[in-house]
Design a protein around this ligand. Structure first.
Ligand code: DAK
Length: 261
């Protein structure tokens, strides 16, 4: 793995093929300042490039996944400052990760925090999680994908309500609306996310990667282009050793040993 400098705003742990990255500014409800976002993008890219890691869980703490971008950092900024800070770069780096990223969310998941959770491939939520885009209350709108991803996930009517009222929804509402994968008691939300990560980490990594890639493609293609894209990823997997191993193991009634090749 590429050497990474020590982090001030996040904690990174690894256990076998699963890494956990924890947002760690509890005094500010994990508000996403520039330093945190840079550390996060660096760390996630490092894990994405690490052959030993197959899935990552991104979490906060019980009280907050993240309460949004750091308002204190943004408060004095001009439009040109915002443009020149180029904060979208870090978000783009996270959006382009190839390995699966699971958000384990408890408590406040607001503004940029919700946008970050929605950049992840799945969300495991504790019953106490609250998802919202309260930017309207401070005179702005979501700036890191909230209007687009919420609308795709929940449909226009629910997305409009969330973006225009700023009112958060509960974990159960988020589940019913299709935003989150599962809702579990607060005591086990991280364990559940880790169990999901371990389950995915045991699958053939190339198939996982190309499956993620194909699902994400559905957001920006016509059905015709999407089906064509899926088919090409599907064919490509017939060039993998893991496909031979998976099918041979099925025929021979044994457990497959996937290598990621
Ligand atoms: N920024 C900075 N500090 C925050 C914060 C935030 N978003 N949220 C909470 N904190 C700080 C509080 O200021 C407080 O600090 P101290 O006063 O103790 O120093 C501490 O965290 C604890 O918060 P509270 O005392 O307020 O705790 P409560 O339980 O009373 O209330 C709350 C919790 C979540 C309801 C409340 O803190 C709150 O309303 N927070 C703000 C939520 C919010 O409006 N979020 C949206 C922010 S705008 C971009 C990418 C993304 C974005 C923008 C640009 N680019 C790529 C360019 C995203 C924008 C946003 O997210």
């Amino acid at each position: 793995m590429a050497q990474q400098p020590p982090h001030e705003n996040i904690l990174v742990e690894r256990e076998g093929p699963v890494a956990t990255v924890r947002l760690n500014r509890p005094q500010a409800l994990n508000a996403l300042n520039s330093a945190l976002m840079t550390e996060l993008a660096d760390a996630l890219e490092g894990l994405d490039a690490d052959d030993a890691i197959r899935c990552t869980v991104l979490t906060g703490n019980e009280r907050a996944f993240a309460a949004g971008a750091d308002i204190k950092e943004m408060a004095g900024a001009s439009a040109i400052d915002m443009l020149q800070r180029q904060r979208f770069t870090q978000w783009e780096r996270i959006r382009k990760l190839r390995k699966p990223l699971i958000a384990a969310v408890s408590g406040f998941c607001l503004g940029g925090g919700n946008e970050l959770a929605m950049c992840c491939d799945m969300i495991v939520a504790s019953e106490s999680a609250r998802f919202g885009q309260p930017e309207i209350n401070i005179g702005i709108i979501p700036g890191a994908g909230g209007t687009q991803r919420l609308t795709r996930a929940l449909g226009k009517a629910r997305a409009m309500e969330i973006v225009l009222t700023g009112r958060p929804i509960t974990a159960r509402e988020a589940y019913a609306a299709g935003l989150v994968t599962k809702v579990v008691p607060v005591e086990v939300y991280l364990d559940e996310a880790l169990a999901l990560a371990r389950e995915i980490a045991a699958k053939p990594p190339l198939a996982v990667q190309l499956g993620k890639d194909a699902v994400l493609k559905a957001f920006d293609t016509t059905i015709e282009q999407g089906l064509d894209y899926e088919r090409k990823n599907f064919y490509l997997l017939f060039a993998s050793e893991d496909m031979r191993e998976g099918m041979a193991a099925f025929v021979e009634k044994r457990r497959p040993d996937f290598k990621g090749r």
